[in-house]
Ligand binder design. Structure first.
Ligand code: URA
Length: 192
């Protein structure tokens, strides 16, 4: 993965990689969506059934909520790049295992290095624990910026709730809204 000089090269390497068992039961690779030149990158957990069919992250119900959340601060998929911790759907939508995430991590790191985002947002517990390197849950992690060194790239990162969780717990949308405002404030500072 580290040798991939472009997103297309990385995608081809991932398409031909057979080392992760998730691939056997997935319909297709769910590589990424959005703009690879974006300054903002979002990291989710794993493809669900709709993502598995379309090969794009966050296109099901959670994705529609994510689009609305981004829209509230003037963002859309032309201004962000969206990936998951693993690019193949775990059977039955279970969480990806630590081993599966470890196998796929070089791909994620290279995606982050190639985009070199100015800001990174983790969606929910799984990417937050993994990328922030913590066992602390999302309820306590969300809303605070931390500088993360990911591969060769260092980036300010913010954790927020996963939109699928917000669909189940709509009362938490108020906190997610605060996180969106924190993201917007940071974007505005960087834009000068
Ligand atoms: N949930 C995720 O974490 N990622 C997706 O792509 C869809 C749902």
């Amino acid at each position: 993965a580290a040798k991939a000089a472009t997103m297309d090269e990385l995608r081809a390497i991932m398409e031909s990689y057979d080392g992760c068992g998730l691939k056997l039961r997935a319909t297709r690779l769910c590589f990424a969506d959005g703009n690879p030149d974006a300054e903002i990158m979002l990291v989710g957990e794993a493809p669900g059934s709709e993502e598995d069919l379309q090969g794009k992250p966050f296109v099901g119900p959670a994705g529609q909520l994510l689009d609305r959340m981004l829209g509230t601060i003037g963002l859309d998929r032309s201004k962000v790049f969206i990936v998951n911790m693993v690019p193949w759907r775990p059977p039955g939508n279970r969480e990806p295992s630590p081993e599966e995430m470890a196998l796929c991590r070089p791909f994620l790191l290279r995606q982050i290095e190639l985009v070199a985002p100015k800001l990174l947002v983790t969606l929910g517990n799984v990417p937050t624990k993994s990328l922030f390197g913590t066992t602390t849950g999302i309820v306590r992690m969300r809303g605070q910026w931390k500088e993360l060194a990911i591969g060769t790239h260092t980036v300010p990162a913010l954790a927020t709730f996963h939109p699928a969780y917000l669909l189940r717990q709509p009362a938490q949308k108020a906190l997610a809204w605060r996180d969106m405002l924190a993201l917007k404030a940071r974007i505005d500072v960087q834009a000068g």
